[in-house]
Design a protein around this ligand. Structure first.
Ligand code: ZN
Length: 138
C-alpha cells in the first residue's frame, strides 16, 4: 500500500513539473508574438508614414557611369512611379564593378523635409537636386 502511495506521489510530481514547463513555454510564445506585433506596428506606422521623400545617391568617382551620374540627386515622393524604374542597383549601370548607387529615405523629422515635400509636389512628385536647391534659396 505504501509503495502504491509513493508511486502515485512521483507520478503527481512529474505531472506538476510537466504542466509548469508547458505553461512556461506558452508564456514565452506569447511574449514573442507580441514583440513581433510591435515590430509590425513600427513598420506600418513609423517607417511607411514618416518617409517624407527619397533621393537617388550615386557614389561619384572616376568609375561612375553616365546613367547613374544623371540620376544622382534625383528627388521624389515615396508614392511616385519613378521609384520602380530607378531602384538601385540600376539595371542599366555600365560600371564594370557593378552599381554602387542607393536610395536615401528621408523621414519627416529631418530638417527642411516639409519644404522639400512641398517643392516635390509642385513639380509633380519628382525633380533634381538643383531644382530643390534653387527653390529652397527662394
Ligand atoms: Zn552606374
Amino acid at each position: 500500500m505504501l509503495r502504491f502511495i509513493i508511486i502515485f506521489a512521483i507520478i503527481y510530481l512529474v505531472y506538476l513539473s510537466l504542466k509548469k514547463s508547458l505553461q512556461g513555454g506558452k508564456q514565452r510564445e506569447g511574449s514573442t508574438r507580441s514583440r513581433t506585433e510591435q515590430k509590425k506596428d513600427v513598420f506600418n506606422t513609423n517607417r511607411v508614414k514618416e518617409i517624407s521623400y527619397l533621393f537617388y545617391s550615386a557614389t561619384k568617382d572616376d568609375s561612375t557611369c553616365d546613367i547613374c551620374k544623371e540620376l544622382d540627386g534625383k528627388h521624389f515622393l515615396p508614392n511616385h512611379e519613378i521609384h520602380h524604374s530607378i531602384k538601385p542597383p540600376h539595371h542599366r549601370c555600365k560600371n564594370p564593378n557593378g552599381c554602387r548607387c542607393s536610395l536615401v529615405y528621408v523621414t519627416e523629422d529631418e530638417a527642411q523635409s516639409e519644404k522639400i515635400e512641398l517643392i516635390l509636389k509642385k513639380y509633380g512628385g519628382t525633380c533634381n537636386k538643383s531644382t530643390i536647391e534653387k527653390e529652397l534659396r527662394g
